[in-house]
Design a protein. Sequence first.
Length: 141
Amino acid sequence: MSTLQQDPKHHFYIVSDEQTGSFLFRKIIRTVQFSADDFEEFSNHFQRMSDELAIWVQKNGRKAHLLHIEIEAHPWILKRVKERISQRFPEGHPYGDFSRRQTITLRLYDHLDPIGQCYTLYKEGKSFINQIETTTQASSD
């Protein structure tokens, strides 16, 4: 019980959009950050992200260019999270539809490894699961 008081659990879900490029070539990058202590919590956040993604794409059209996902998850569920988020989704699923057209990157980390691992899951609609070097992130901290 004293461990919980010393290390309070923090839960978060944050969405931010960044515009890049000039007026005619404007692109929007969406970053979604959330935490999950178990797979059920991850699934709820993933569903929320997918629902919001549909609205974002409908509002911004082709300007909706890149989705960057950062997930702080319990170490025990990291592998399941990566498998779930990198699988193919059926047509009509907002995340699946976006992954068929645009780029999605993922950063997975936990409290034991705050830098974590970064991946490119889809690149311009093609499945492209590739780990990205994180040494530059480590030196910036």
